[in-house]
Design a protein around this ligand. Structure first.
Ligand code: SF4
Length: 605
């Protein structure tokens, strides 16, 4: 087999048993790897109804067939598990170097089961896999954990994925962090790791990923890298200003969510844009493994030292979404989240919900005791509550449950800007209605990255679509983005390569590496299989499409108050039935027997 090793590690933390299991190429041809392999294993082995924080939940950490190769951005990995935030599947994705190193060690995935009695970490050096005591690491920040393990183990190539105090304390939006500042952040994968008493995974490998036709592969990737370098976004805006290059663009287009999505225009956007950050704080770019784009930022930390980030979402989550206009505080807040192991989008979203509840007089001073009030623009709130959330102290304990549960506990779930209880990222769907349909139908809830319709609706990739067009063409494009992203994730690449590359480019790279002769349609079929399999998992976990495939009331009933999208709501009701039909599902959003048979996954229905 090429690309994939055909081997994964199974680590049972309850029994201490470690096994290597094998699978054949037929399975790889059906699921590709990473996100695909993970949903297959979960459906086959786990009851989707398990409590996400129980030992019965499995945590799958998986690089893809192109991870660890020189394919552009070939270093990504996924963390796939049942989310404690949503109760559904999540496939949180991260860059850096950890995913590639895991591949060098000779594994396509680690399936982590059970729960250790005391804190442990997993050490992997090729065939040598050990479960080691981590009592001395418990409570440590992410950088302290990495430093301690580096000193303890040595090894120049050591790469570490770990949780911070937030994961240990089962915060519903805790992240798995790797290489210091890279995060598999969304939907609480860090809490699942914490619930297993697993503090870290340290890995070093010495193998070279097997490639079917190395010469052809090198020629192919050279061509793709050139395409990316010549693209104005992948080769221009992203390396120059990082993902925060989007701040001005999204704000000018009137969908930059401000003060908990009350409007889509932020008066201070320019002062916290990628351009402003580059002028004031940027030291250098920080690319992930084999990445020719290099959107990562190494910035001066306003309080001294250096940090990585913040990227677009974090800049927004701690800026416009809270009405804060202080880039220094935003950079500091992002750094705190990296150290404590928190998802910045959900942290910001939860604080924004608290601010709106406070503004409306629902959340009162007496609820907060001595803690700072949740006033828009109050920077004191930011750093104070980030620490309290991670440690579940005081009101932070309530916030640690996420914005939806917070708002619901005060009888007003409508003030949580979330889908399936996952806080929404930095695009108001009233300014990109296809993106709104993407939020509503995303398998892991309020997520942008698995169906980034901002690309066609705002940025013009692969071509410009009217953001307020809700025709079948728009829905067809959404299906393509959902299925294609599943392939990119399963391959082990970064979704930012879609600025410059199209479906045929991924086919070329995969065929050259894997030695297959698949058409683009055959790869997209794998993507469709992954999407449908995840949907089946969710339906079995209790997803009710009528209740769960929706958006916060604000986007359906409150027209955008100002800017280019003034007067618009999301016409979800017009799009959703057609989306179901075009997916080949029942009228009420369930995967049909015919569709499951067509995709070869009827056994899971
Ligand atoms: S584009 Fe950015 S996030 Fe993606 S692999 Fe490159 S540096 Fe990492």
């Amino acid at each position: 087999m090429y690309g994939n090793w055909g081997k994964f590690l199974r680590v049972n933390l309850s029994t201490g048993e470690v096994k290597v299991e094998e699978y054949d190429e037929e399975l790889a041809k059906k699921w590709l790897g990473s996100r695909g392999l993970a949903i297959y294993l979960l459906l086959k082995e786990m009851d989707p109804k398990v409590d996400p924080l129980s030992p019965e939940n499995k945590l799958i950490i998986s690089p893809g067939p192109l991870s660890g190769t020189s394919a552009p951005t070939g270093g990504r990995y996924n963390v796939v598990t049942k989310s404690p935030a949503t109760g559904f599947i999540t496939m949180s994705n991260s860059g850096g170097y950890f995913g590639a190193e895991l591949k060098f060690a000779g594994y396509d995935a680690i399936v982590i089961e059970g729960k250790a009695e005391n804190p442990v970490y997993i050490y992997i050096k090729d065939e040598n896999v050990e479960i080691r005591d981590a009592s001395h690491l418990w409570g440590k920040l992410v950088s302290e954990t990495e430093e301690t393990l580096r000193k303890e183990i040595g090894g120049k190539k050591l790469r570490i994925a770990s949780i911070g105090p937030a994961g240990e304390n089962l915060v519903k939006f805790a992240a798995v962090m790797n290489d210091g500042h890279r995060a598999a952040a969304r939907a609480g994968v860090g809490a699942v790791m914490g619930s297993k008493n697993l503090k870290a995974i340290a890995v070093e490998g010495s193998k070279t990923v097997p490639i079917a036709d190395r010469h052809k592969f090198m020629l192919t990737i050279r061509e793709k890298i050139n395409k990316l370098r010549n693209d104005p976004v992948a080769g221009g805006g992203l390396p120059k200003y990082g993902t925060a290059v989007l701040v001005n663009i999204i704000n000018e287009n009137g969908l930059y969510p401000t003060r908990n999505f009350q409007t889509g225009v932020y008066e201070y956007a320019e002062e916290q844009s990628g351009e402003a950050m580059a002028a004031k704080y940027l030291i250098r770019n920080q690319p992930c493994y084999a990445c020719p784009i290099g959107c990562g930022r190494v910035n001066k930390l306003p309080t001294g030292g250096v940090t990585e980030g913040p990227e677009y979402e974090s800049t927004w989550a701690f800026g416009a979404n809270l009405g804060i206009n202080d880039l220094a505080s935003i950079i500091e807040a992002n750094h705190m989240c990296d150290e404590l192991g928190l998802d910045t989008i959900s942290t910001g979203g939860t604080l924004a919900t608290a601010m709106e509840l406070y503004e409306k007089g629902i959340l009162k001073d007496e609820d907060l005791g001595d803690a700072p009030p949740f006033r828009w623009g109050n920077t004191e709130v930011l750093h104070y509550y980030i620490e309290k959330i991670a440690r579940r102290e005081g009101f932070g304990d309530k916030l640690a449950e996420g914005g939806y549960r917070l708002a619901e506990s005060y009888g007003h779930p409508e003030y949580s800007m979330s889908v399936k209880k996952l806080e929404l990222p930095a695009y108001d769907p009233r300014g990109a209605e296809g993106h709104g349909l993407g939020y509503a139908t995303n398998n892991r809830g309020g997520c942008h990255i698995k169906n980034y319709m901002i690309s066609p609706e705002i940025l013009g990739y692969p071509y410009k679509m009217d953001p307020h067009d809700v025709s079948d063409d728009k829905i067809r494009m959404l299906l393509l983005f959902q299925d294609l992203t599943a392939i990119i994730d399963a391959a082990g690449l970064c979704v930012f390569t879609t600025f410059g590359l199209g479906p045929d480019d991924y086919r070329d790279m995969l065929n050259a590496a894997l030695g297959w002769d698949f058409s683009t349609e055959e790869y997209l079929k794998i993507g469709e299989r992954i999407w449908n399999a995840e949907r089946i998992f969710n339906l079995k976990a209790g997803l009710d499409p009528a209740k769960d495939d929706t958006l916060p009331k604000r986007f359906l009933e409150e027209p955008m108050p100002e800017g280019p999208n003034k007067g618009y709501v999301v016409r979800l009701k017009e799009m959703l039935p057609r989306y179901y039909r075009m997916r080949g599902w029942t009228e009420d959003g369930r995967v049909t027997k015919e569709k499951a048979e067509e995709l070869g996954i009827a056994e899971f229905l």
